[in-house]
Design a protein. Structure first.
Lengths: 292, 345, 242
């Protein structure tokens, strides 16, 4: 029994980080209908901001979080202006943007690897290797802190979407872009802003990733399918769905890892992605299957 | 009541409009060019008789032809039917492993095994297509990425096929200047076959159906096209060509290993070649393959690092998508400037 | 005659595609109901989209009280006083009815009386009050149409453009839609409606416009258009009944 609780705790602890990694992706898809394959490589960018802050100046990754979020949000604005703005009226929009994000992912990977090499990195604040004990169950401090920070950020995002005027505009654009435009929402600006927020969240997630996982530029390929499985299972565009899916899958993955070995635990996400596409393509909280 | 126009004028307008639609495309074609190209490629290895070693030229040509086979295969699904797959290197790997393992155990050359390996991939592609082609657009693209990750983990952990270390294959015993030639001619034959098949498919009822699907799947379905069967068949056919290429590629390199086949760059190359050359055209994948291989060689030669290569590939892909979404062949054809020798459609 | 909105020789189409409108013209008089009819593909919806800024006007003029609207974004055209309800009932399915109405006032500079304006609409259309906290996506087609039309009234626009509001509704409900339209007209809103059912549309309108092949063929008082034998033959199914 203690074993099972331990596995669930470890799964939940990671689930929070996954939730933050996935929610920016979900936001960008919801508002812009862009499947941002570059999201994991942008998370990587955030992780490097934290890494250099820690390595050069000894700054705690959690303090670097806002810095990384702002730097990445600015990157998001540039990427949007460069690549996505002009595609807004393209007939093959979803196909074009997905391929463009793929190209961006390669540019980021190549750029990061050229600048920082493909050496494995990790930031090591003290809490990263420490743990709390409740009875015989241990909770890694790093993952716990990361999970809490994630949930606070996602909660803040949810409140912002629910109650602010701009949140109204974002939700309206998500649900019906044309209608929002006709009611006076400047959908181009909403698109730009939500892209920047989504990428900013990637930056924030990156700082958490920097002490939870080890990372190197080409690792983002492994994360793409993991994050996509969260977003697809949750229902593309639903942030709540992404959060639920994150906890669900990371607990399942923890069990798979415990009983079959760590190699197979990541397989959980990929298999889940397939099963969801096969059984319920709209995911848990999605309304209808996403069509081209 | 105000009549701003008379109906005669409007009828004339509609007639003129219909005529512009009716205007058939310029069908002129230069059949001699592909034949001359084929002859040239058949004779190319004669360079080895001059005394200088042209192995590098042979290798690059072979490598390009390998990608012509793969990109043409990808084009059947991605170009004709409009389903972008980023996971087709799975079939490259399966083809390579099926033929490679049989070659290692039974000693039958992969060149002979290639069609068989292709058929295995086609069958696998058919089954995978039944699952993943239930969704479209972004969801399909994501599922194709997940496919690569699943196969990568499976291949790296399956000890029978050597796991992550892979399996070494015996090299053929030919003298070094002739050693590449069996593979060279195998790839030449496959590339010619793939292009010929592309042409045949494009002009068949099946190909028309695929193009209808790529334009508007719901309308295609209501027009009586069995879209599901068409898509899955297109998936299987494209897997067939990619698998054949993989089969011979393993023996050519003398080893099969997951990180040779299951790297994302191979998938990207297939996609990029088709985009750059022109998706949905017959010549596009070939033109794209030549361009990309030339770019890659240029970057490796001048800059060395493969990380820069990834960066450059990304930049080229972005530029191609933004400025030439129809690709070289497609863009030229739209402006009616496509040279006749490249009009293989 | 002083026109509220004047559209002259507009050429427009989707993206880089061929022009759908090839010189459409239109004169809109304040306070009246205008109905645009014409066969499928004539460019009726395209015309509305070109006016509200969803499509780029390639040639020609769109003027509201003499002020050029060309090149403005939909949110800017809205601020000038033209509100467009597209065919697909532009609702937010996962927002409540009240939230949808609130979104209707999104473009208001001064939101202090927004809630009162919404209350006023709810008084006028009791069904919206009744369904206040229900998600818009769960309502019937007729109720959704009521909501999307009523919502335009919150900002008290000069012109409301309706693209086939009766589409997909049961015949009984269709009359309700036209009733709402008359309510709008009574409050001083000028209505511009595109209607597939030409007979029904013209009967409910003051002014008729016939569009075909992207051009304005005829325009005039609705009863004259309705009575014209050429129009009866070409666009009203050839029936003499009217």
């Amino acid at each position: 029994m203690a074993e099972i609780i331990q596995i669930v705790v470890l799964g939940l602890a990671l689930g929070g980080v996954y939730a933050l990694m996935g929610s920016g992706l979900s936001l960008v898809f919801g508002v812009m209908r862009i499947v941002n394959l570059a999201h994991p490589s942008l998370i990587m960018g955030g992780a490097y901001v934290a890494y250099w802050g820690f390595r050069l100046y000894g700054i705690d990754p959690l303090i670097m979080l806002p810095v990384a979020a702002v730097i990445l949000a600015a990157t998001g604005v540039i990427l949007y202006k460069l690549f996505f703005e002009r595609e807004a009226r393209s007939a093959k929009y979803s196909e074009m943007t997905v391929l463009l994000t793929f190209a961006v992912a390669m540019i980021l990977e190549g750029g990061l690897a050229t600048a920082f090499t493909n050496t494995q990195r990790v930031t090591s604040p003290e809490y990263a290797t420490d743990a709390f004990f409740i009875g015989s169950v241990f909770i890694p401090k790093g993952q716990l802190y990361a999970g809490i920070v994630s949930l606070v950020l996602i909660g803040g995002l949810a409140l912002f979407l629910k109650f602010s005027r701009f949140g109204y505009a974002i939700r309206a654009t998500t649900q019906n872009r044309e209608a929002a435009e006709l009611l006076g929402v400047n959908v181009n600006f909403v698109g730009l802003a939500s892209f920047a927020i989504g990428v900013g969240l990637a930056g924030a997630a990156g700082t958490l990733v920097s002490f939870v996982f080890s990372f190197y530029p080409s690792k983002h390929w492994e994360w793409i399918a993991v994050l996509m499985s969260l977003v697809v299972l949750g229902g593309m565009g639903s942030i709540l769905g992404t959060v639920v899916a994150s906890f669900l899958l990371s607990v399942i993955a923890a069990f798979v890892g415990y009983y079959f070995g760590a190699t197979w635990s990541t397989l959980t996400f990929y298999i889940a992605l397939f099963v969801v596409l096969l059984v319920r393509p709209q995911g848990l909280f999605g309304e209808k299957p996403e069509l081209a | 009541m105000v009549t701003t126009d008379n109906s005669q004028d409007i009828i004339a307008q509609r007639r003129a409009y219909n005529e512009t639609l009716m205007q058939a495309q310029d069908k002129t074609r230069a059949t001699w060019f592909p034949i001359a190209l084929l002859a040239l490629l058949i004779l190319l290895p004669l360079l080895q008789l001059t005394g200088t070693n042209y192995n590098y030229v042979i290798h690059l040509t072979l490598y390009t032809m390998c990608y012509v086979v793969m990109a043409s295969g990808w084009n059947i699904l991605g170009g004709f039917a409009g389903y972008i797959s980023l996971g087709h290197n799975v079939f490259f790997a399966v083809g390579g492993y099926v033929a490679g393992m049989l070659f290692a155990r039974l000693g039958i050359s992969t060149i002979i095994l290639a069609p068989f390996a292709g058929l295995v991939c086609a069958a696998l592609g058919y089954v995978i297509g039944l699952i993943t082609l239930r969704v479209r657009g972004p969801s399909f693209i994501i599922s194709s990425l997940a496919l690569v990750m699943i196969f990568r983990i499976a291949f790296e952990n399956w000890h029978f096929i050597g796991g992550a270390a892979g399996v070494a294959l015996p090299a053929n015993g030919l003298p070094v200047e002739w050693a590449k030639l069996p593979y060279y001619y195998a790839f030449l034959a496959m590339a010619a076959f793939a292009l010929w098949a592309s042409y045949k498919i494009k002009h068949s009822k099946f190909g028309m159906g695929l193009r209808a699907i790529s334009v508007d799947e719901i309308k295609a379905e209501s027009a009586g096209i069995d879209t599901r069967f068409y898509k899955v068949l297109a998936f299987a056919l494209s897997a067939f060509f990619v698998g054949m290429a993989g089969a011979v590629w393993g023996e050519y390199l003398t080893y099969i290993r997951p990180n040779i086949f299951l790297v994302i760059l191979i998938s990207v190359n297939m996609v990029l070649m088709c985009i750059l050359g022109g998706k949905g055209t017959v010549a596009g994948p070939a033109v794209g393959a030549i361009l990309i291989i030339a770019f890659n060689e240029f970057f490796v030669a001048t800059l060395g690092a493969s990380t820069v290569n990834i960066l450059a590939t990304g930049v080229i892909m972005a530029i191609a998508l933004i400025f030439f979404p129809l690709g070289l062949v497609g863009t030229l054809a739209r402006h009616r400037k496509l040279p006749r020798i490249l009009n293989w459609d | 005659m002083n026109e509220l909105l004047e559209v002259r020789d507009v050429v427009a189409g989707y993206g880089d595609g061929p022009a759908i409108l090839n010189g459409a013209s239109l004169k809109v008089q304040p306070g009246k109901v205008h109905c645009i009819i014409g066969p499928n593909g004539a460019g009726k919806s395209t015309l509305l989209k070109a006016i509200c800024g969803m499509l780029k006007v390639r040639q020609g003029d769109v003027k509201l009280r003499g002020e050029d609207l060309k090149g403005l974004r939909p949110d800017q055209v809205l601020k000038k006083g033209i509100c467009f309800v597209p065919q697909e009932r532009a609702l937010f399915p996962k927002m409540t009815v009240r939230e949808n109405l609130r979104m209707g006032g999104f473009s208001l500079e001064d939101k202090s009386d927004l809630e009162e304006r919404i209350d006023e609409i709810e008084e006028r259309f009791p069904i919206l009050k009744e369904r206040r906290d229900q998600h818009a996506g769960t309502m019937s087609g007729g109720q959704q149409q009521t909501l999307s039309m009523a919502r335009t009234m919150i900002i008290r626009p000069d012109i409301v453009m309706l693209d086939e509001p009766s589409l997909g509704l049961a015949p009984k409900i269709v009359q309700e839609v036209f009733d709402i339209m008359h309510v709008m007209a009574e409050t001083g809103i000028t209505v511009l409606i595109v209607e597939q059912n030409a007979l029904m549309g013209l009967k409910n309108a003051d002014w008729g416009v016939v569009l075909d092949l992207g051009r304005t063929l005829f325009e005039g008082p609705a009863d004259e258009v309705l009575a014209d034998p050429r129009i009866q033959e070409l666009y009203l199914g050839g029936k003499k009944a009217a």
